[in-house]
Unconditional design. Structure first.
Length: 347
């Protein structure tokens, strides 16, 4: 379905650059990623430790689902303050340490990367500024190549991070089908910009808050989507796994309470469909991004010719078009949210 969305803000204009960013990544980073992947196959880590904040941390959750499901290696998210505030070194020998940052300037991420390297970890930075302090600290630098991103709301840099993670996993596993899907990711992202989710704008914009739901790798983008609603629209949103939301959070759900659900076509699909069936009896304002079900109220169309593990990247691309529209409908400027700055340097 063709959307009427056209970028109206710097956030939207930067978002529209994402297909070209990923296309450049695939060409430019292949040698660096192949070198890293060869090392990982020759000497597999016993554990993967990720480190990032905000959108970067949400991207590392995507890494967790890909690496654990495809390689069976546990992935944990480091608490940066353990090193930077509590001055405690984490035992990282035989680990792969992945730090994610747009600017590469945050002192706590730099300290964590240095501590991990000193402890014997193989260290990697996914960073948009290739000559940053973080990049200078690690063994392997994978540049995000997102280019300048001046809107406070990160979009193309988040998509670039998901793409870089997928490229590392694809090279590591040498999964032909997955890598074929990666080669087509730029065109999938172009198609994602053509999907029409704007029918959900009015209901969400007029709400006091909502839940954003996903499972598996889509849970990572659910967290990012909830953050973006807060950041760009001053709208309270909370992210939950479809496996967890039916506990305490369900007490807030009324017939008008909105939910946005992401569902990819993988092993999690049946459980998410069961959740959707149950929620349609509880709220009139359920919006589901999924393949099929085009005639069901609240259906949000998605790119269908895409590998299930890459589908969340295309879905978050389409989501950002909705987020921009919701922000403007609520009278907010997504490029300059109140109290926020582009670079946050946490100690």
């Amino acid at each position: 379905m063709t959307t009427t969305w056209q970028p109206k803000t710097q956030m939207g204009r930067e978002l529209a650059q994402s297909p070209d960013v990923v296309r450049e990544q695939l060409a430019h980073n292949k040698a660096a990623i192949d070198t890293l992947a060869a090392e990982l196959r020759a000497n597999p880590p016993k554990i993967v430790v990720t480190c990032g904040r905000g959108s970067s941390d949400h991207a590392t959750l995507y890494a967790k689902y890909l690496i654990e499901s495809q390689l069976g290696i546990p992935v944990v998210s480091a608490a940066p303050s353990i090193v930077s505030i509590y001055n405690r070194t984490i035992a990282s020998k035989d680990a792969l340490f992945i730090a994610v940052s747009q600017s590469g300037k945050s002192p706590d991420l730099v300290k964590n990367a240095q501590a991990a390297r000193d402890a014997g970890a193989r260290t990697v930075a996914l960073v948009n500024v290739a000559d940053s302090p973080l990049a200078e600290t690690v063994d392997h630098v994978i540049p995000l190549l997102a280019g300048p991103e001046t809107s406070v709301a990160a979009t193309k840099s988040y998509i670039a991070t998901l793409s870089a993670i997928a490229q590392i996993v694809g090279a590591w596993t040498e999964d032909t089908r997955f890598n074929d899907g990666l080669a087509k990711l730029p065109q999938s992202l172009t198609s994602a910009l053509e999907q029409d989710w704007l029918g959900a704008c009015d209901t969400i914009a007029k709400s006091d808050g909502l839940y954003v739901i996903g499972r598996g790798p889509a849970f990572a983008i659910a967290q990012e989507a909830a953050l973006k609603f807060k950041e760009t629209s001053s709208l309270h949103a909370e992210a939950f796994s479809a496996a967890e939301v039916k506990h305490g959070p369900m007490a807030l759900v009324t017939q008008k309470f909105p939910m946005l659900v992401f569902s990819q076509q993988d092993a999690s699909r049946d459980s998410v469909e069961d959740f959707l069936s149950e929620m349609r009896a509880k709220t009139d304002n359920l919006f589901a991004a999924e393949t099929g079900y085009a005639d069901v109220k609240g259906h949000l169309p998605v790119v269908e010719d895409i590998h299930p593990l890459l589908a969340p990247i295309a879905m978050i691309q389409t989501f950002y078009t909705l987020a921009e529209s919701v922000a403007l409908a609520r009278g907010c400027n997504p490029d300059a949210p109140p109290h926020l700055s582009k670079v946050t340097e946490t100690h």
